[in-house]
Design a protein around this ligand. Structure first.
Ligand code: IVH
Length: 669
């Protein structure tokens, strides 16, 4: 590779890896498997070694990915939180062993541990009390998630054992048992919430929730693997972990002392097959030098200790033939390539299709028709293609090209700079986009119209009974009853549900419009700032961007939406029907659901102002109080609730009720 090419490739890899870091650590929505990620990182490392002049400060090869989010306060780690060097092959484990042996003539002891797949946590104890729990963050500073960590049963809040150091840090992995994960995802699917891709994402996402009561309900567990202190009890890792287990921490029974490389490989091969019987996901084995003195001698690199290495298990893979690639168009016009495969058995189920993400992914794999491809499940719900077996490629096989035109409406596809996806810009007339918008409009969190599934929408659309969602309100019983599979009863229920949706609150109506980048939360924020849709229609990008949480991308999308006459016409029709496009005249509910309750309000709210909430509490029989005490029934907890209030509530055992739960209690959800 030429120097100039290497420079460009290094920069591209860096950006790509940083994007994946953000998706993995902050959004908890990885787009590629760990294996694919490691390949990218490895490629960057190799290139940086070959062309050291292009190494920059802060390259992802030199720092750990950051999970820092703005919702939490950050604190500095007492000891930096490094990551681990990892490998997928035995040779590199042997090389690690040789490097370690070079540092000493003494016999070496290793501790082999399972590498549990969750979110790392570092907990500081002072005089036996859990003082503060931090996520890994960027390795130097982490997010303070103490309130959430305190809800985890396997983490002691107070330790009475007299042998403990006055201050120590314990580190471990917060994990979600697979059984809990499956149950949680079933519930989410039922409630139309996007399920978590795997238990790791569910654990990491839960740890960053703002309501500790929901965290408590998710049965997280913590498996500890590292003890740090100025007064460390033993000079070896194994005994320190055993000691921590006596203090009440959960140390996995699987940890073993190994004295030879053969012992290590035996541990690895045993757990590679046995791990499926464990309640938690594991993605490898960590091999650590046992002696702390030797650990110190070996030291650390900028990113990871030289005294430990992770051997990663390969995710379960299968090989099969690529039959074709089809391109799907989603509600927002995004085009996703899907691989159609010769059916193959993978981790107990038959796989016929796999996602290919986007054009870059197809190019990266250099995919050809009839290729033999490696398919991996790796915890994700939709299997993906992670590689191609080139030895089976036929010389004449056709390269897979990304399409240039929409497969549904023929419009030329568009790709914005900096975005990986192609999309169809024919917003108004591309059928899957129109149908997708109608499906979104009727969904539970939007207008919540029952009885109209995807198939019925398809039918109504193909029979030209609806062209956009405002047409739903013109449907009649005579039109619905003759439709296939719809009887009079279902048809009349659908109409009732459509009529009922007229009362949907303004923020949900705004969300239902399906404006690109305006999700549920953004819709709520907008409604607080712009009390009516006319205010919003008349605003300009500068005014929109002045609202925190609204960036240029969202602002541009809102402005573009309201510049379109067809959208304005839909809104005009919805207004005539009586759909709410403002928060004014919103009736404040009165009742007795809060009779006798003493309530403290704290934090910021989306649906009503604090004063409105005070009023609502009184109108529903409750009493407002400004400070938390043993008498407080609950705290109405908004976002950014103060830490001291949280601690006080915890001390008095006062529950925190979030805004949505509160609105449910008073019947305004
Ligand atoms: S040792 C300096 N041991 O793997 C020591 N890490 O990059 C560093 N992990 O997210 C960590 N199980 O949370 C260690 N038995 C184990 C582990 C483990 C899981 C995670 C850790 C971090 C990643 C290492």
């Amino acid at each position: 590779m030429k120097r100039s090419e290497a420079k460009a490739h290094i920069e591209k890899l860096r950006l790509e890896i940083e994007e994946h870091n953000h998706r993995y650590y902050v959004l908890n929505e990885p787009a590629i498997s760990d294996f694919e990620y490691d390949i990218l990182l490895n490629e960057l490392e190799t290139l940086e070694k070959k062309f050291p002049e292009f190494i920059v400060d802060g390259s992802p090869t030199h720092k750990v990915g950051s999970d820092i989010t703005k919702e939490f306060t950050q604190y500095e780690h007492r000891y930096p939180m490094l990551s681990l060097g990892n490998t997928y092959n035995e040779e590199e484990v042997r090389e690690f062993d040789s490097r370690v042996r070079k540092a000493t003539s003494e016999p070496i002891e290793y501790v082999c541990e399972l590498k549990f797949d969750g979110a790392s946590i570092s907990i500081l104890y002072k005089n036996g009390e859990l003082f503060r729990a931090l996520t890994r963050g960027d390795g130097t500073r982490g997010d303070d998630v103490t309130m959430n960590v305190k809800t985890i049963k396997s983490i002691p809040k107070k330790i009475t054992d007299k042998r403990i150091p006055s201050e120590f840090v314990i580190r471990g992995e917060i994990v979600m048992p697979r059984a809990v994960f499956n149950k949680l995802n079933d519930e989410r699917s039922e409630e139309d919430i996007i399920p978590f891709a795997n238990p790791r994402n569910a654990a990491a996402g839960t740890l960053k929730l703002l309501d500790p009561r929901i965290v408590a309900s998710r049965s997280l567990d913590c498996l500890v693997y590292y003890l740090l202190s100025e007064e460390i009890p033993h000079d070896n890792h194994f005994e320190n972990l055993k000691e921590a287990s006596e203090w009440g921490f959960k140390v996995p029974d699987s940890i073993r002392l190994c004295r030879s490389i053969e012992d290590i490989f035996q541990f690895i091969s045993h757990w590679d097959s046995e791990r499926k019987n464990l309640p938690y996901d594991t993605d490898g084995v960590v091999i650590k030098v046992n002696s702390l003195t030797l650990q110190k001698e070996l030291g650390d690199t900028a990113k990871s200790p030289r005294w430990a290495i992770a051997y990663k298990f390969k995710a379960e893979q299968a090989t099969t033939r690529l039959l074709s690639v089809t391109f799907q168009v989603g509600r927002t016009g995004n085009v996703t390539p899907v691989a159609n495969l010769e059916p193959v058995l993978l981790s107990g189920s038959t796989v016929k299709r796999a996602t290919l993400h986007n054009a870059d992914q197809i190019a990266l794999l250099d995919l050809h028709l009839n290729d033999m491809v490696y398919v991996e499940k790796g915890g994700e719900i939709i299997p993906k293609i992670v590689g191609v077996d080139h030895s089976f490629r036929n010389e004449n096989s056709k390269r897979i090209e990304f399409i240039s035109h929409c497969p549904e409406c023929g419009t030329s596809l568009v790709k914005n700079d900096g975005e990986a996806n192609h999309y169809c810009p024919n917003y108004l007339h591309c059928p899957p986009q129109i149908k997708g918008r109608i499906e979104h409009f009727i969904s539970r969190k939007a207008m919540d119209i029952d009885g109209l599934g995807e198939e019925t929408i398809d039918l109504l659309f193909s029979k030209k009974l609806i062209r956009n969602f405002s047409d739903l309100y013109d449907l009649t019983l005579e039109q619905l009853v003759p439709l296939e599979r719809l009887g009079e009863k279902s048809a009349s229920n659908i109409l009732k549900s459509i009529r009922k949706s007229v009362d949907t609150p303004y923020p949900r109506v705004l969300y239902a419009l399906g404006i690109r980048h305006v999700g549920e939360t953004v819709a709520k924020i907008i409604c607080k700032e712009f009390r009516s849709i006319d205010d919003l229609i008349n605003s300009d990008p500068e005014r929109l961007i002045s609202v925190s949480e609204i960036g240029p991308k969202i602002a541009a999308s809102i402005v573009a939406y309201f510049t379109d006459n067809e959208n304005l016409e839909i809104i005009r029709r919805l207004k005539l029907i009586g759909i709410r496009f403002s928060d004014e005249n919103r009736p404040i509910l009165t009742g007795n659901s809060l009779d006798g309750k003493v309530i403290v309000i704290s934090g910021l709210f989306l649906e009503h102002s604090r004063d409105e909430y005070k009023d609502i509490i009184e109108r529903n029989g409750g009493k407002n109080s400004s400070s938390i005490s043993g008498n407080t029934s609950f705290v109405l907890a908004g976002e950014k609730m103060g830490q001291s209030k949280k601690e006080k509530a915890q001390k008095f055992g006062v529950p925190l009720i979030n805004e949505m739960e509160f609105l449910k209690i008073i019947g305004e959800d």
